[in-house]
Design a protein around this ligand. Structure first.
Ligand SMILES: C[S@@+](CC[C@H](N)C(=O)[O-])C[C@H]1O[C@@H](n2cnc3c(N)ncnc32)[C@H](O)[C@@H]1O
Length: 424
């Protein structure tokens, strides 16, 4: 086993130690903080992929490991065993995986005495694990999130969503101008909503059309709010909470006069980089959306939220979070809707959306906004788009998207989207 294989696995274990540790962190925060920056790019990508796969299959890995452990070892060794189990059960060659994991432990400054245990347990997993793997249930979400989601959608829907989370997500692209041409160039499939879907992607930056800025990565569900807003050339459109800019680019590509606002300096840098790569233009303002002034034909408000709709892409979220921050986010969403409404011209439209599965961040927000703003109506007529099932339209007139929808095409992120019209 090359040292390279050990390095990538050590990177994966280090990510897991921090995501599952006493002070849990999101993988995106760890990566942005440079936790893997000493690794060469290929190893970094492999470490991230291994950690992601391990988090998706964590419950299954622990069920297999339990049989061979009298008590759980220190977290790092537990994570070594989890990564090894995932690799072995997903077709990794037994000899290579076991050797790499034992080497990794042997090189550990404090835990090298546990290399014998690592070797013994992973050999047993190599012998039995792959056959047992498929018979295990799809991993469940932790209770703090599972409970509220069952309450909202029922136990059957929860089980279907957990299967979707376990399957993971394909790579979705939004074309700047010509989705058919992007599908042909990348070997992707054109979905009914206009997104190009790639099931076995390589490295994104080396795919055809990336350098030329012909497309950007954006989940099929995340591309729908702008399709629902239906921007027209020359319209003054305010894009609130815009970074990293997926929706800003859609609005700009439609020819709108876009003002993109986000309060995060580093995330706004990414908006500017994305606009530059795709050759699109938008005004950018780095400030709190609640401090924005002006008057706009249309507004897109993609509010910060729990991001529980993106768990199939970010399986670290249920472990790194515990729901304690969600109350503050829900209050912020209400404030953002109320302020954005003051910036909308009479007769204008505002699309409010969140990548959340929690009704408090979607259906309930719109219900409450309708009670508060006498000049607000929901327009559900704009939701009748190709690929959208009418049963996804909610009683208050929004669109509820879930990861178990479109299961034949490879699913979609969970989202809530509503188009709100202001009286003229
Ligand atoms: C869901 S993300 C937006 C995704 C983006 N619309 C896209 O399509 O690429 C939410 C964004 O809200 C920003 N944000 C959070 N609170 C904010 C506030 N008070 N004012 C402006 N932006 C805020 C965050 O920095 C984050 O970039």
């Amino acid at each position: 086993m090359s040292q390279t294989g050990v390095q990538a696995r050590r990177g994966a274990v280090s990510l897991l130690d921090q995501i599952l540790g006493d002070e849990p962190r999101l993988m995106s925060e760890l990566l942005a903080g440079g936790v893997l920056e000493k690794l060469p790019p290929d190893d970094r990508a492999r470490a991230q992929r291994l950690a992601t796969e391990t988090l998706r299959g964590l419950e299954r890995a622990d069920r297999l490991l339990q049989k061979h452990l009298k008590k759980y070892p220190p977290l790092t060794i537990h994570n070594v065993l989890r990564v090894g189990t995932i690799e072995l059960c997903q077709g990794g060659a037994a000899h290579g995986v076991v050797n790499a994991m034992v080497n990794l432990v042997a090189q550990h400054p404090r835990l090298s005495h546990l290399k014998g245990l690592t070797n013994a347990v992973l050999r047993k997993i190599a012998a039995e694990g792959p056959d047992a793997w498929d018979a295990l249930r799809a991993p469940r979400l932790p209770k703090w999130l599972r409970g509220p989601l069952i309450e909202a959608w029922g136990a059957d829907a929860m089980a279907a969503m957990e299967i979707a989370h376990f399957k993971g997500a394909p790579l979705d692209l939004t074309a700047k101008t010509d989705p058919q041409a992007v599908a042909e160039a990348t070997g992707g499939t054109l979905l009914p909503t206009g997104t190009v879907r790639i099931t076995n992607p390589g490295q994104v930056s080396t795919m055809p059309g990336y350098e030329a800025g012909d497309w950007w990565v954006q989940d099929a569900a995340a591309a729908l709010p702008v399709r629902i807003l239906d921007p027209k050339p020359g319209e003054a459109i305010l894009d609130l909470c815009a970074a990293p800019g997926g929706k800003t680019m859609q609005l700009a590509a439609a020819g709108a006069d876009v003002t993109a606002v986000d309060d995060s300096i580093p995330r706004m840098v990414r908006v500017k980089e994305n606009l530059s790569r795709t050759g699109l233009a938008a005004k950018t303002l780095t400030k709190d959306a609640r401090a924005v002034k002006g008057s706009f034909d249309a507004i897109l408000l993609d509010a910060p939220c729990s991001a529980t709709g993106t768990i199939r892409r970010h399986p670290d979220l249920p472990y790194a979070k515990d729901g304690s921050e969600f109350g503050a986010l829900i209050e912020l969403q209400t404030e953002l809707i109320d302020h954005a409404w003051t910036l909308l011209k009479p007769g204008g439209r505002m699309v409010f959306c969140t990548c959340s599965l929690l009704p408090d961040e979607g259906e309930v927000q719109v219900d409450e906004a309708l009670e508060k703003h006498q000049d607000m109506q929901v327009d559900s007529s704009v939701l009748s788009l190709p690929g959208i099932d009418s049963s996804w339209i909610t009683t208050e007139g929004g669109l509820r998207l879930r990861p178990d929808y479109w299961s034949d095409f490879g699913g979609m992120d969970g989202f809530y989207i509503a188009c709100l019209r202001k009286a003229g």
